[in-house]
Design a binder for this molecule. Structure first.
Ligand code: PLP
Length: 394
C-alpha cells in the first residue's frame, strides 16, 4: 500500500496500532511464561491474562468469567453454534431434533456451523428472512420458534449478528433476545463487525453468547473471544488441558489477550470521541456518491447502520470490475464479504434482501474506522465516477 492509497476495507481487517504492539511485546519477550506455570513468571503472565480478561469483558458489558479467548471470529462462532446445540441435544427427549434458528444474513462462520449440525446431527436449521434493508423480520423469528414439536424439533439456539459485514445493517438484538427468551431459547450474537464501533452491553441486553474478532479493531489476525454466560450449557469442541473454563483447551495467548483488551479499549475511546464526525463523513460520502452517479443506490438500512460503512449497488456494472478499476486508481475497497478467499461471490446478504443476482453482483462496500477528510471523499467520488464511466455506465 502506498501513501497515495486510500484503504476503505476496514470491514475486512484493520491495521494494528502501535500501542497494541507495544503492549503485547513484553509478553513475547521478557514475560513469556506459560500462565499455567506456578513459578513467579507464570504468575506474572496469569495476572496479565486476568487483567486483560477483566478489561475486555468490561468494555463489552460482560463479566470476566464470560470470556473464552479464541483464535478469532470463525472459531468463536463455531464454538457457540456447535457447542450450545450439542449440549442442548443431551437434554432433548429421544427422537426430538435440535432446532437452530439463524438469520438469512449470517456470516458463513455461523451459517455453515448450523449446516454442519444439520449434516452430522440431523439438526433442523431454520433461516429467518430479512426485510429489504437487511434487518431480521421479528414476526418470522417468532414463527420459527413457535413451530411446535410437531416439526419433530425443538428450538435450542437463536443466532443473529449485531452488524452485517456486507451492508452494515444493525440488527434489533434486544428485540431478538426478548422474543427468544420468551420461548426459553438462548441467543448467540455475532458481534464481529460491531465490536469497537457501536456500544455493546452483553449483560444488559441479556445476550447469552457473543463472538468478537480482534483484527476488525486493531489486533493481529487470529485473535478473538466467545463470551458465554455460565448459565448456558455448552460443550467444548477442543479436548485438552481444560483452559478457558474447559471450553477452549490450549495454552493461552497472553500477548494476544493483552492486545485484544488494549485494542478494544482504544477503539471504544476513539468512537466515543469521534462517532458523530465519522457518521457525518459517512453520510457526506453516501450523499456525494448518490448525487454523482444517478444509477447508484444505497444498500442496507440508512438509519440502523455501522458508522463507517457505506455500501451501494451500481446496476449495469459488476462490483468486481469496479473494484479492479478503483484499485488501479488507488482506492482499496470490497464488494461485500472479505471471507470468500479471493473468490468473487455475489454478496449473499443482498440476495437475502431480495435483490436479483444480476443487481446484487454490482455491489460495492466502502468501510472505514476514521472520519474521512472532505478531500478524500471528493477523491473517492471522482474515482467512482471515472470508474463507472470507463466501464460504460453513463
Ligand atoms: N463474523 C462476521 C460477521 C465477519 O464479518 C467475519 C469476518 O469478516 C467473521 C465472523 C469471521 O471472523 P475471523 O476473520 O476473525 O475468523
Amino acid at each position: 500500500m502506498t501513501d497515495a492509497t486510500l484503504y476503505l476495507d476496514a470491514a475486512a481487517t484493520e491495521p494494528v496500532s502501535r500501542n497494541v504492539i507495544d503492549a503485547m511485546l513484553p509478553f513475547m519477550t521478557d514475560a513469556y511464561a506459560n500462565p499455567a506455570s506456578v513459578h513467579q513468571d507464570g504468575k506474572t503472565a496469569a495476572r496479565a491474562l486476568d487483567a486483560a480478561r477483566r478489561s475486555f469483558a468490561g468494555d463489552l458489558g460482560a463479566h470476566a468469567d464470560d470470556v473464552i479467548f479464541t483464535s478469532g471470529g470463525t472459531e468463536s462462532d463455531n464454538l457457540a453454534i456447535k457447542g450450545i446445540a450439542l449440549a442442548a441435544m443431551r437434554r432433548l427427549p429421544q427422537g426430538v431434533r435440535p432446532r437452530i434458528v439463524v438469520s438469512a444474513v449470517e456470516h458463513p462462520a455461523v451459517a455453515e456451523s448450523a449446516r454442519w449440525m444439520a449434516r452430522f446431527f440431523d439438526a433442523d436449521v431454520i433461516t429467518v428472512p430479512v426485510d429489504g434493508r437487511g434487518r431480521i423480520r421479528l414476526d418470522a423469528l417468532e414463527g420459527a420458534l413457535v413451530a411446535g414439536d410437531g416439526a419433530g424439533s425443538r428450538p435450542v439456539l437463536v443466532s443473529v449478528m449485531l452488524a452485517n459485514n456486507e451492508v452494515g445493517a444493525i440488527q434489533p438484538v434486544e428485540d431478538v433476545v426478548r422474543i427468544a427468551h420468551r420461548h426459553h431459547v438462548p441467543v448467540h450474537v455475532d458481534a464481529v463487525q460491531a465490536a469497537g464501533q457501536v456500544p455493546i452491553h452483553m449483560r444488559d441486553w441479556d445476550v447469552d453468547a457473543l463472538s468478537v474478532s480482534g483484527h476488525k479493531f486493531g489486533t493481529p489476525k487470529g485473535l478473538g473471544a466467545l463470551l458465554v454466560r455460565g448459565r448456558v450449557p455448552i460443550e467444548p469442541l477442543l479436548s485438552g488441558g481444560g483452559q478457558e473454563r474447559g471450553l477452549r483447551s490450549g495454552t493461552q495467548n497472553v500477548a494476544g489477550a493483552v492486545g485484544l483488551a488494549i485494542a478494544l479499549d482504544e477503539s471504544i475511546t476513539f468512537m466515543r470521541e469521534h462517532h458523530a464526525e465519522l457518521v457525518a463523513s459517512r453520510d457526506r460520502l453516501i450523499r456525494g456518491v448518490l448525487e454523482a452517479i444517478p444509477q447508484a443506490r444505497l444498500t442496507g438500512d440508512p438509519e440502523h447502520r455501522l458508522p463507517g460503512h457505506a455500501s451501494f449497488i451500481f446496476p449495469g456494472v459488476t462490483g468486481e470490475a469496479l473494484l479492479v478499476d478503483l484499485d488501479a486508481r488507488g482506492i482499496e475497497c470490497s464488494s461485500g464479504s472479505a471471507c470468500a478467499i479471493g473468490r468473487h461471490e455475489i454478496p449473499s446478504t443482498l440476495l437475502a434482501m431480495g435483490l436479483e443476482p444480476a443487481v446484487a453482483k454490482s455491489a460495492l462496500r466502502l468501510t472505514f474506522r476514521r472520519p474521512l477528510a472532505d478531500a478524500d471523499i471528493a477523491r473517492i467520488i471522482d474515482a467512482l465516477r471515472a470508474s463507472c464511466e470507463s466501464l460504460g455506465l453513463h
